[in-house]
Design a protein around this ligand. Structure first.
Ligand code: IPE
Ligand code: IPE
Ligand code: MG
Length: 251
């Protein structure tokens, strides 16, 4: 019998990308790490365009983690500058493609001018109905869950008084936490892509990614082209998402 691969899934509605390998890409070429970040930015633009053309609804880009502050001050400030450059240079692109930019992460922990540019872009694009690009900046999955719990507690205090909080926490449900995450209306990522061959989440979308399909690419992020996105999506379509149940073709 001919071995025809099963196509089980529709295209993913939400893709998250851990854009990794900028530093190694630069090192491989005898360049400084910042040069890798510059090329990584170009790759982010290419892949955003490709995802928008494919009709992907949500694209979350892991841009700067809560752990990335461990890097040198020079590298961190270069990345912050690149984020600002990305926001400014992409506004026309966003307008043309009706891309809405949103944020995930503890934005208050960023330098003021970066916060200002991020908030400006969010506001400039908020009516656009095309793909939503979620920039995860100063983002950590654990931090997001902690902040969600704080918001939950604050909300309960405000509505019912602090004495009810213990009771509420005793009865907390998963939905209560989901409701206070950074973007509760956005569906969980169907597919999480990681470039540069590391087999770990590095604190990306810990809650939302519980049942995401993972795709690891050996290519460094600056080398990513639209064909790589097509390959990842084609691979995703062959996956059998069981969510703890049985295989779709189980007897
Ligand atoms: C990803 O590339 C970019 C950020 C984490 C900001 P890296 O800078 O982590 O590149 P490698 O992993 O050192 O190659
Ligand atoms: C994850 O990459 C963070 C981003 C891509 C923004 P890292 O390079 O920081 O992850 P580790 O250190 O390899 O786990
Ligand atoms: Mg890395």
């Amino acid at each position: 019998m001919e071995n025809i691969p099963r196509v089980l899934q529709d295209a993913p509605a939400h893709i998250g990308i851990i854009m990794d390998g900028n530093g190694r890409w630069a090192k491989q070429r005898g360049l400084v790490r910042t040069q890798g970040h510059l090329e990584g930015l170009k790759a982010a633009k290419r892949i955003t365009q490709a995802a928008s053309d494919l009709g992907i609804k949500y694209l979350t880009l892991y841009t700067f983690s809560t752990e990335n502050w461990k890097r040198t001050a020079e590298e961190v400030s270069f990345i912050m500058g690149l984020i600002r450059q990305y926001l400014r240079s992409e506004l026309d692109f966003s307008r043309r493609n009706k891309i809405r930019v949103r944020l995930a992460g503890d934005i208050n922990g960023l330098p003021e001018e970066v916060q200002k540019d991020l908030n400006q872009t969010v506001s400039d694009t908020k009516e656009f109905k095309g793909m939503q690009v979620i920039l995860a900046v100063n983002y950590g999955g654990r931090d997001e869950i902690v902040r969600a719990m704080r918001r939950f507690a604050y909300d309960k205090c405000a509505s019912g008084g602090c004495s009810t909080v213990c009771d509420t926490i005793n009865n907390i449900r998963e939905d209560d936490i989901s409701a206070f995450l950074d973007n509760p209306d956005i569906p969980d990522p169907d597919l999480i892509i990681r470039s540069a061959g590391e087999y770990r989440t590095s604190n990306f979308l810990l809650w939302e990614g519980a049942y995401s399909e993972l795709y690891i690419s050996q290519k460094y992020w600056p080398d990513w082209e639209k064909e790589d996105l097509n390959t990842a999506i084609a691979e995703f379509k062959k996956r059998d998402r069981r969510y703890g149940g049985t295989a779709s073709d189980a007897a």
